[in-house]
Design a protein around this ligand. Structure first.
Ligand SMILES: [Ca+2]
Length: 188
């Protein structure tokens, strides 16, 4: 089922890309600002590609989206797409959004860079898990410590979320905010 959805998503992305290639960039000043941020993301993440006005596929199954600059589509930015695990830079779905599709693998946040050239580690402040699969869709969030040690910050079940990680306490007595380094999005 998941493989089929991957294929469908790929076709959708291809269609979006084809549409983009024939579309002029947005003209308002804020549109230019967004375009500049997208260009930085593309430059800093080799192999990435733009899939919509404000979204870049960093690799298959990993998409970063800019916060809306015109206020018109904040709902989309706050929504976590079905079968994805979504995380945001700021609490309440603010800032940049990064999302993951695939199960059975770790996603290392050090692999992707934001427009300021810093990577995604120690950034995440809100989460929504829209993966399917019930308990198998439970996501795990890990803080990598020094000397190869690590700490499981916590878990989020499917169809659940955390809007302000500074209010979620981990087993080590620290909260979850700005410390997640790697993510297990789901198990198949
Ligand atoms: Ca943050």
């Amino acid at each position: 089922m998941k493989l089929l959805r991957v294929a469908v998503a790929f076709v959708t992305i291809m269609a979006a890309t084809l549409t983009l290639s024939g579309t002029a960039q947005a003209t308002p000043r804020e549109g230019n600002k967004a375009t500049e941020a997208v260009r930085e993301i593309l430059n800093l993440n080799p192999g990435s590609r733009q899939i919509s006005k404000d979204s870049v596929e960093l690799e298959p199954g990993v998409i970063v989206s800019l916060p809306p600059t015109d206020g018109a589509d904040m709902g989309t930015h706050l929504t976590c797409e079905w079968q994805w695990l979504c995380m945001w830079q700021n609490k309440g779905g603010g800032g940049y959004k990064i999302r993951f599709f695939d199960c059975d693998r770790w996603y290392y946040l050090e692999n992707w860079r934001m427009p300021d050239n810093r990577d995604w580690r120690d950034k995440i402040s809100s989460i929504h898990n829209a993966q399917s699969g019930g308990s198998k869709g439970r996501a795990e969030f890990v803080d990598t410590l020094g000397n190869g040690a690590w700490h499981t910050v916590g878990h989020v079940n499917t169809q659940d979320g955390r809007s302000d990680l500074s209010k979620d306490m981990s087993s080590d007595g620290r909260n979850w905010n700005d410390r997640i380094d790697k993510v297990w999005a789901c198990a198949s």
